[in-house]
Design a protein around this ligand. Sequence first.
Ligand code: PRP
Length: 183
Amino acid sequence: MRAADIQSELTEILVTEEEIAAKLEEIAARVAEDYAGKDLLLVGVLKGAVMVMADFSRHLPASVPMDWMAVSSYGAGTKSSGVVQIRKDLDTDLHDKHVLIVEDIIDSGLTLSWLLENFASRGAASIEVFALLRKPDAAKVQVDCKYVGFDIPNEFVIGYGLDYAEQYRNLRDVAILAPHVYS
Ligand code: PRP
């Protein structure tokens, strides 16, 4: 589904499928160079990161293992409390691995900041973050993110893995959801 297919439900297209593809290729080239000869593990955070993981990992020129975490906040207040519950843990032992966390978006930064702290105790050789999108104006905590695709405004965005009530994840572009859809 493209943004044009659901034009009346959107107010603005922020990043197109083509811009995402070009950016993923560029970042994959950097990652391939930075991690040459290293034992790299990609860790995706479900569910939003599925699209970026699928497309990004296939731009890499070598075989790379990937693993997945599923986390969720405790109730409505957690996004501000930063308390996160593990719904599915990694299957991989991080010991001596060079971990690259792949995220669709950094909003408040609380999820990643919790994950980074959680991973720090697992013996990884290094831990870095690649986020396709970042909302600088929404940051509640600063997260050290080595690879960032696009900085975007603090709006309700959907598409390319990002949802509203589980809808719109399959939109190929990233767009701002029109307020009439959710209010
Ligand atoms: C989104 C996104 C990040 C997190 C970022 O996940 O995929 O994991 O929120 O927000 P933060 O920086 O404010 O912590 P969400 O909890 O919506 O779950 P989902 O990926 O399953 O949609």
